[in-house]
Every structure is written in structure tokens, then in C-alpha cells.
Write a protein that binds this ligand. Structure first.
Ligand code: HEC
Length: 151
């Protein structure tokens, strides 16, 4: 009985810790049926910000591999991945979140699409990048919000 009480007290503390941080750590992200249904942050994604991160060559750099008519003012759309017109109709929000967080979880280990919020980034990772993700949780939410507008 005492043990149970201690356990519930401890889990209560952990829960408060998670809520206070307002951000899901990369290792705590849960994928179910290819989807991540819970947003990674308490602050809702902003599609206008997501559009910027998508096009930014130093952040998402999504255009390196994906064409996107909504960004036709930008030069050099890559063709390694499928064009993203209509991606918001093909995939649910939860699935789009998984694709951006860790594309391997939706496609296969062989995909060349990077996991933007995953610590499984392969071997021989530069020392200063160990434990870091390419995008922040908020940037992922902003990109997901943007992708859902691509109907
Ligand atoms: C190095 C290339 C590369 C980069 C960079 C990349 N992707 Fe991809 N992406 C792919 C490939 C390839 C696929 C197709 C899945 C496969 O076969 O591996 C894909 C698939 C997708 C899909 C599903 C496509 C569909 O319509 O069915 C979405 C959505 C997507 N990527 C979004 C993004 C976003 C958003 C970014 C930037 C944050 C990004 N990708 C960056 C290569 C890339």
C-alpha cells in the first residue's frame, strides 16, 4: 500500500515535469498506426512560420528534395522526393507529424528523408550534434500546420 502511494506520488511529479516543460522530448514521442496524434508542443503550430522553415535552406530545407507549387517564387525545387502539392489531402495531420519527426517510421529504414525530430540519425554523428534534433519541436509543429494547408 505504501509502495503504491510512493509510486503514484512519483508518477505525479513526472507528469507535472512534462506539463511544465510544454514540449515532448524526442525520445518520448509515441507513434501509433503511423501517426503521432498528440502535438509536440502546447503552442499550436503556425502555418506561416512553417512555410518559412520549409523554404529555409538552413532549417527544413524541404525544397532540396520536394517540389511545392505554393513556393514557386523560390528557385531550385528538388525531385528526390514526391511533389508536395496535395500532401495535406493525402495524409492526416498525425501522419504528417510522423513523416516530419521520423520519416523512417512511415516509409522504411531505407528512406533518404531525414528524421527532423529524431535522435536516430545514424552512425558517426558529429560530436557537437549528438543528442540534438535538426528542428525544434515548435518548428515541427509549424511545418505540420503548413503541410495541412497543401490541399
Ligand atoms: C534528402 C531528401 C529529403 C528531404 C530534405 C526531405 N524529404 Fe520529404 N521525402 C523524401 C522522400 C524520398 C520521400 C518519399 C518517401 C520515400 O520513398 O522515402 C519523402 C516523403 C515526404 C512526404 C510524403 C509525400 C507524399 O505526398 O506522399 C512528405 C509530406 C514530406 N516528405 C515532407 C517533407 C518535409 C516537410 C521536409 C522538410 C522538413 C522534407 N520532406 C525533407 C525526401 C526528402
Amino acid at each position: 500500500m505504501i509502495r503504491k502511494l510512493v509510486l503514484s506520488a512519483v508518477s505525479g511529479i513526472v507528469l507535472i515535469g512534462v506539463v511544465a516543460a510544454d514540449v515532448t522530448a524526442p525520445g518520448d514521442v509515441k507513434v501509433e498506426n503511423l501517426g503521432i496524434s498528440a502535438p509536440l508542443t502546447a503552442q499550436a503550430g503556425d502555418p506561416a512560420e512553417g512555410r518559412k522553415v520549409f523554404a529555409n535552406r538552413k532549417q527544413g530545407n524541404c525544397l532540396a528534395c520536394h517540389a511545392n507549387s505554393d513556393l514557386k517564387d523560390q528557385l531550385f525545387h528538388g525531385e528526390v522526393g514526391p511533389g508536395l502539392d496535395g500532401a495535406g489531402s493525402r495524409w492526416s495531420e498525425a501522419q504528417l507529424r510522423t513523416i516530419v519527426v521520423n520519416a523512417k517510421a512511415v516509409f522504411s529504414d531505407a528512406t533518404v528523408m531525414p528524421g527532423f525530430y529524431s535522435l536516430e540519425v545514424g552512425e558517426n554523428v558529429r560530436k557537437d550534434l549528438v543528442g540534438k534534433t535538426i528542428l525544434t519541436a515548435q518548428q515541427v509543429e509549424d511545418i505540420v500546420a503548413y503541410l495541412t494547408t497543401l490541399k
